[in-house]
Design a binder for this molecule. Sequence first.
Ligand code: TGC
Ligand code: FAD
Length: 409
Amino acid sequence: MGKFENGVSTLDDFKVSSKTDQFQGHDYYAVDDLLTDEHKIARDAVRAWVKQSVSPIIEDCANRSLCPTHLFKELGEIGAYGPSIPAKYGGGGMDDIAYGIIMQELERGDSGIRSMASVQGSLVMYPIYRFASEEQKMKWLPKLGSGELIGCFGLTEPDHGSNPAGMVTNIKDDGDCYILNGAKMWITNSPVADIAVVWAKDEEGKIRGMVVESDSKGFSAPEIHGKWSLRASVTGELVFEDVRVPKENVFPEIKGLKGPLSCLTKARYGISWGAIGAAMDCYDSALRYSQERVQFGKPIGAFQLTQKKLAEMITEITKAQLLCWRLGSLMNNGKATPAQVSMAKRNNVNMALEIAREARQIHGGMGITNEYPIMRHMMNLETVLTYEGTHDIHLLITGMDVTGFNAFK
Ligand code: TGC
Ligand code: FAD
């Protein structure tokens, strides 16, 4: 390190030995010790892939609002789709902690890349795995797991977002088919999807799930433009005009909102890990910048106010890691409740967004440029705070769980 302008000191003069160095920066409580070899191998492989295939292109993709669809097959090859779905059905056959840690590494790259994997694995493969007939599973799942086919998940409607129970998309019995009419809004990947898992009301008003092929007559999926968030992810509508859905494509047993909500529980769990990845990337960048950027003759990391920001960031990341690890253990044992998942999704996404905002401040003016990943993560996280249940909806789920009073009814 060279002398500063005032000629009195070097950066090293300001450094005392840092405990975090020995814990790889953001593993402050040695959470690594809680992971199995399989978890670490999965994490390291996905981290290496993100570094090689995502990091070099992602700022440009976000800048130009381009979805890197050429990565969809690679995501299949690295096992990012349905890591905890059995291998026989195209998944990774691993546990839920492995699934979570893979989402963490993907979102360290970009929330849009993690979104792609969340939708394909938890919102398309998972409902087919849980609710479809064996024949339908074997028809779709291996090709979805490899990325040969792309899926999307249609629950939200233009007039029914937080309250999907009000949906108006519907099916009517027509002999060997159902006739599907209606529209879905804000659907990740719909413009590029081969199939859509769609939720619609039957003639009794019961919510049913089904696989709809995108080349069906009457099916269209116009892209939604003008997003300032998740710019490297493609989002669209789903429009159904008398689409004929073969009866075998409709999930036979599951009826009611618990069908789609149980898929959301799985995806929200993945998001709670994913958000940690985005937070880590912002923290790493801010820590490095604070050690290199000199103002008033000192690295800015030597000022107490910068240290407060960084200390709070690593504290929140550490708490989020422990929350996820514990939640993952409960998931592995089949003991996690949807309300526990809501708490983790809400806490961790908000934590990541606040870290992105603080990291932006530490980077000063440079923080608003795409030289650093901060603004991209920050803008992405605004969506993550809203989709899969908004920040406030998850608060109300916790509120209902602890008080026994339902604020939605
Ligand atoms: P409610 O009466 O409470 O429940 C209906 C039935 O569902 C059961 N249930 C759940 N089951 C599994 N997992 C959950 N998380 C569940 N939550 C509820 C419940 O036990 C009941 O079962 P049963 O047997 O009695 O019928 O339903 P409600 O209409 O009052 O709604 C409750 C509320 C508001 C919490 C729910 O509607 C909700 O979560 N709203 C938020 C909507 C949402 O999250 N949408 C996400 C759309 S998909 C998306 O955003 C993908 S982003 C993709 C990407 O990553 O890119
Ligand atoms: P609204 O439900 O209209 O909410 C607006 C505001 O009102 C929010 O702040 C909300 O918290 C608040 N609010 C609502 N009800 C209450 C209440 N009872 N009490 C207090 N406050 C309340 N959906 C899919 O089905 N599939 C997808 O793949 C998908 N991908 C998405 C991708 C992107 C980029 C985005 C932005 C959204 C995506 N969504 C998807 C939709 C997402 O799940 C919804 O945006 C979300 O559930 C919120 O619905 P809404 O936008 O209609 O907001």
